[in-house]
Design a protein around this ligand. Sequence first.
Ligand code: NAD
Length: 478
Amino acid sequence: MTKITVAKGDGIGPEIMDATLAIILAAGAQIEVEHVEVGEKVYLAGNTAGIAPESWDIIRRNKIFLKAPITTPQGGGYKSLNVTTRKFLGLYSNVRPCMSLDPFVRTKHPVMDIVIVRENEEDLYAGIEHQQTDEVVQCLKLISRPGCEKIVRYAFEYAKQYGRKKVTCFTKDNIMKQTDGLFHQVFDEIAKEYPEIENEHWIIDIGAAKMADTPELFDVLVMPNLYGDVLSDVAAQIAGSVGLAGSANIGEECAMFEAIHGSAPRRAGQNLANPSGLLQGAVMMLNHIGQTEVAEKVQNAWLKTIEDGTHTYDIFKEGISKQKVGTSEFAQAVIANLGQQPSLLKPVFYAKNTALNLPKYKRKPAASKALVGVDVFVHWNGTSPDELAQIVQKIDKPGLKLSMITNRGIKVWPEGFEETFCTDHWRCRFKPTEGANITKQDIIELLSNAVSENIDTIKTENLYTFDGKAGYSLGQGQ
Ligand code: NAD
């Protein structure tokens, strides 16, 4: 018996949760349910997180969380409970299978069966944003080696356990050589540990186009957070309907399972909603807690029900569907099909042990790190880079000189193009002169000189090498 936390959520949440629990319990799931209240009511009672501290205690104690969609009230100040839960509980892996159910659910891609494994904690979602000048705001894209190793290993272990043949990585490392470059590098390193699984890397733009056009070429896909967020919705939609997909959010200790759609408030309380998305989340949960036989029974009964043409309104199509049913009738039809298998759709067979072998991250020995320069970012309202260079060169120190100015990453001094459009946000790169070494004290003196010269410095980034390899990008055009 596994104790799980259940949140019925808002809108259609309670109906689809009742349907889902009825199905998995009828299939023999050995679970004990503990309910928590999250979402709209909690938000509107003045808790901006949408969840009470006592509920966190229950979720952390039980470790397994099945969550129906919730409504985030309109207006500022309310934090997304999904994002908070993922980050608080360290749910680093978001797993979203997307398969077509042709010919029973209409799709342009009849042969599609992919799983998107999305990094869930970092990238641009660290939410570290600043306005630095009148014209420029920034968002920090943070990619870590532990983050990359954990998610890439998860993708390969998932492929191994579920008998998948290939793992594809999507990044934009031709442009973001440090951040996406690290993700790609770690992918190549870890892929070597799984010689039995094919691996490949695509630049995200053409990769995404290929996935939307010929999804049958892909199997498991792994990618950083933002790309995964966008592409997993594309994949669910082209498979037939976002209403049919579930997702798992997996951490080292805890895991959360859900449908990918929202609370559909306009459909609430009318016994109309399709419980399939949440049911797919529950099947992943059953696999995760080792109740694979129950998971298999539920999934095959669900496939058979779809195949029988017993459809809720959202997937009902004249000529394809046989019977339009409500939420509870759909659940009853799945329950009646327990023990049966689909005949046209491919039945599932889950391995008896679906526990993944995921070692805890071990920190690598520190590299030899050397300070080799500094980027000083300046807010300046002029337009001529040559003029700015003259101003900024006044703060040069012996052994540490202005070497380059860029604007939005493009080199504008020395030898820039007149055509390059410049904002009020400038990066001034200082490098040691031939044979000189620099220290943090030199940077402090440089900034102190800038204050004396009335230069509006907005931030600095130290330039380092790690074991002799540059840990910073060149200016575009440099
Ligand atoms: P939505 O997913 O709730 O609805 C989009 C459309 O799909 C609607 O037409 C809806 O009727 C339909 N739909 C969705 N699920 C369905 C189902 N199971 N069966 C039949 N039809 C279904 O998206 P939305 O309208 O943009 O958002 C509504 C609320 O849900 C918002 O408050 C949003 O913040 C929240 N939301 C929550 C989650 C979550 O908790 N995981 C995710 C997304 C949105």
